[in-house]
Design a protein around this ligand. Structure first.
Ligand SMILES: Cc1ncc(COP(=O)(O)O)c(C=O)c1O
Length: 279
């Protein structure tokens, strides 16, 4: 927690020592994974694309029946202002609270991990792994919480460990009927036939990424938001993972096939970094 800043929503915003225990043992966020979160880039001393994240936080909270308190924009700015560097990572979390109690909201600002910076700069090696369900299921069965940014990320982390066991760093989840979904902490996009393709969140039940939303307005080639098969991904000219803190990370190896850093990915990474600095 060196250099970190922790700010609480309740009674504030107010700063507490970052090592302070702030949740009760019976908080439903801890006991049942009923908590929502957002991770944002802090750039030029400001939380980047804050309104996109706050809109998604509200949507996620509604899906988990968490009555989201107000004051998140103030909390985010307050915590970022108290942070002693221009660049970092801001995590906003709201747990459901104890049974019958109130939700607990907090903001943690910390340095960006070096492996995240390295993935942006040097790219990542990725394997495809099955999520075990057909592409249409998570959108037609809302209780599976596809597209919700909850803290129930144990499957996401286990997927990354499975990739690491195969010598890769990250994962692209594939549906049981062979469609590309998302990565455990990122949106997937690829270049094929001179177009940038990314899966449609509502159709395949994935998280609507803020980074891809911004990136689609910056990319210089035509865009297609449509479902794509794993075979299409494997034969793509370029593949990239997009997420707030890592930004546009080139995929340099996919299921053992080498991919270079392509021109669309390189240009988009640069354009996104400029947009982040401008907020
Ligand atoms: C499952 C999942 N998909 C996609 C993303 C990318 O979202 P964003 O670009 O808003 O960071 C994330 C981000 O953490 C994620 O967890």
């Amino acid at each position: 927690m060196t250099g970190a800043v922790l700010a609480l929503l309740e009674g504030g915003p107010r700063l507490v020592d970052p090592t302070t225990p702030i949740l009760r043992a019976d908080d439903l966020g801890v006991a049942r994974g009923e908590a929502v979160f957002e991770t944002l880039r802090v750039a030029s001393g400001r939380p980047a694309f804050l309104s996109l994240h706050l809109e998604r936080l509200a949507r996620s909270a509604a899906r988990l029946a968490i009555p989201l308190p107000g004051g998140w924009a103030e909390l985010a700015s307050f915590a970022t202002d108290a942070y002693d560097a221009d660049d970092g990572m801001l995590r906003l979390t709201c747990t459901k609270g104890p049974p019958g109690g109130r939700p607990v909201g907090f903001a943690l600002v910390a340095p960006v991990p070096s492996e995240t910076l390295s993935a942006r700069l040097h790219g990542v090696s990725v394997v495809t792994l099955t999520l075990g369900v057909p592409a249409g299921v998570r959108s037609s069965a809302p209780w599976l919480l596809g597209g919700v940014k909850s803290t129930s990320y144990a499957v996401n982390m286990a997927s990354i460990r499975a990739a690491e066991a195969e010598g890769a760093q990250d994962v692209v989840w594939v549906s049981s009927d062979g469609y590309v979904l998302e990565a455990p902490t990122a949106t997937v996009a690829w270049v094929t036939g001179g177009r940038l393709v990314t899966p449609p969140p509502d159709e395949v039940g994935i998280l609507a990424g803020t980074t891809v939303a911004v990136a689609l307005g910056l990319v210089e080639v035509p865009v297609q938001t449509r479902a794509g098969t794993v075979e299409e991904l494997r034969s793509a000219d370029e593949v990239m993972l997009l997420s707030s803190v890592r930004g546009v990370a080139p995929v340099l190896r996919l299921d053992g096939r080498e991919l270079g850093l392509g021109p669309v990915t390189a240009a988009l990474r640069e354009a996104f970094e400029t947009a982040v600095q401008q907020g």
